[in-house]
Ligand binder design. Structure first.
Ligand code: UGA
Length: 414
């Protein structure tokens, strides 16, 4: 928002995060974001506070961008942060003619409930966020589309004014009611998850037949009705969005009495989780039938490359499963080590890809960082006990690894 010309005051309840942001430090890894933060802390267009009074006084438009994690012990979305924002802000907005804009991924029906909590004269709009981690800056400044869930032309006009520089770049705007805006987001993530599980289901069939899922996906991708994106077969999807969003969507459909419409998402979830078990099975087979006394090197901890996010990370889930089965596991990730250590303190961590590989019996490639693609298999060959690699992301150059003397196995490929 500062980059497209606005004066911005950011609020968080965590004083440590606010202190870091004020000092120009982003409290997580996201390419390009720290530069942008430093730029606008310097221009003075971007400031931070922990005071709701200050933001209520300051803002004409208030974006609520908090998370909606999976509920502890359930599948529904945990709305406590979303509710807390409105509960704290609403009493301070009376008489201010403010617009509150929700960005969070919420169960359909939430916006209507929140709107009723706002004072007279304050409007709500729902403007779901579609950015991908690792591409957050790019996706924010040049989004595929903007969705404005509004109840008045005045709210639409205010959102159009806020996003004017983005819209003038040709970004399409779809104006909807509240439930449609909420559903666009949930259904987009459900579709993306389905696409990944579709290709992973094909990978299962490929494994039973000797076919190659990467060539299959390539051939499918030339059909423009299908398209090639999100057809990368591997260990499956993780992160703080797709897994919990499909579960929350099913939970909400149940409440609405339309659970049958979304039973296919249960299968999408199951296919996804089966891929993790498949990697564990392949690794056990490679280790000679048991992990006991075996050293397993895991390349990757983040749920995807260019992120330090480890929420529902397939890599760490596989590492933890192997450790539970008696394997001696060592993990390395270029950016996610601190987060991984906090959540999985019993795993062993190495300081580099090379160090994690030392004397390994089996190497697992589970997050496709460029750093891992750049590894030289000929050099690594001499560091391991047995040159055996399982590429859980179909991202390494199979021929190069084989030529260097490795046994290379991948999901969905002979
Ligand atoms: C996802 C959506 O892509 C965003 O549009 C959305 O805004 C975001 O969730 C959100 O709801 O906030 P993100 O979770 O950052 O974004 O990551 P993705 O790029 O979607 O990847 C999700 C997972 O799927 C990763 O674990 C990735 O490795 C995996 N994946 C992705 C595959 O296994 N195969 C693919 O072909 C693509």
């Amino acid at each position: 928002m500062a980059e497209i010309g606005h004066e911005v005051l950011g609020i968080d309840v965590d004083p440590d995060k606010i202190a870091a942001l004020r000092a120009g430090r982003v409290p997580f890894y996201e390419p390009g974001l720290e530069e942008l933060l430093a730029k606008h802390v310097a221009t003075g267009r971007l400031r931070f506070t922990t005071s709701y009074e200050e933001v209520a006084e300051f803002g004409e438009v208030h974006f609520s961008c908090v998370g909606t994690p999976q509920s502890p012990g359930g599948n529904a979305a945990d709305l406590r942060h979303v509710d807390a924002v409105i509960e704290n802000l609403a009493p301070l907005l009376a008489g201010r003619n403010a617009l509150v804009v929700g960005k969070s991924t919420v169960p359909v029906g939430t916006a209507e409930r929140l709107a009723a909590m706002l004072p007279e004269g304050t409007e709500l709009a729902w403007n779901p966020e579609f950015l991908r981690e690792g591409f957050a800056v790019e996706d924010t400044l040049r989004p595929d589309r903007l969705v404005f869930g509004v109840r008045s032309t005045a709210a639409e006009a205010r959102l159009r004014a806020v996003y004017a520089p983005v819209i003038s770049n040709g970004t399409p705007v779809v104006v909807t009611d509240f439930p449609t805006a909420e559903l666009v987001k949930t259904s987009a993530n459900a579709f993306l998850a389905t696409k990944i599980s579709f290709i992973n289901a094909m990978a299962e069939v490929c494994e039973a037949t000797g076919a190659d899922v990467t060539l299959l996906a390539e051939a499918l991708s030339h059909d423009t009705r299908i398209g090639g994106r999100f057809l990368r077969a591997g260990v499956g999807f993780g992160g703080g969005c797709l897994p919990k969003d499909i579960r929350a969507f099913m939970a909400r459909a149940g409440e609405l009495g339309v659970d049958q419409a979304l039973t296919f998402l249960r299968e999408v979830d199951h296919i996804n989780m089966r891929r993790r078990s498949r990697v564990v099975d392949l690794a056990r087979e490679a280790a000679g039938g048991s992990f006991l006394g075996r050293r397993i090197a895991v390349l990757g901890a983040a749920f995807k490359p260019d992120s330090d996010d480890i929420r529902d990370s397939p890599a760490l889930n596989v590492a933890a499963q192997i450790q539970l089965q008696g394997g001696n596991v060592s993990v390395y990730d270029p950016k996610a080590m601190d987060n991984a250590r906090k959540s999985f303190p019993t795993l062993a961590y190495a300081t580099s890809a090379e160090n994690t590989l030392g004397q390994a019996d089996v190497v697992l490639h589970l997050t496709e960082w460029q750093e891992f693609r750049d590894l030289d298999p000929a050099v690594l060959r001499d560091m391991v006990a047995r040159p055996y690699i399982i590429d859980g992301r179909n991202a390494l150059d199979a021929e190069r690894w084989r030529a260097a003397g490795w046994t290379y196995r991948a999901l969905g490929r002979p």
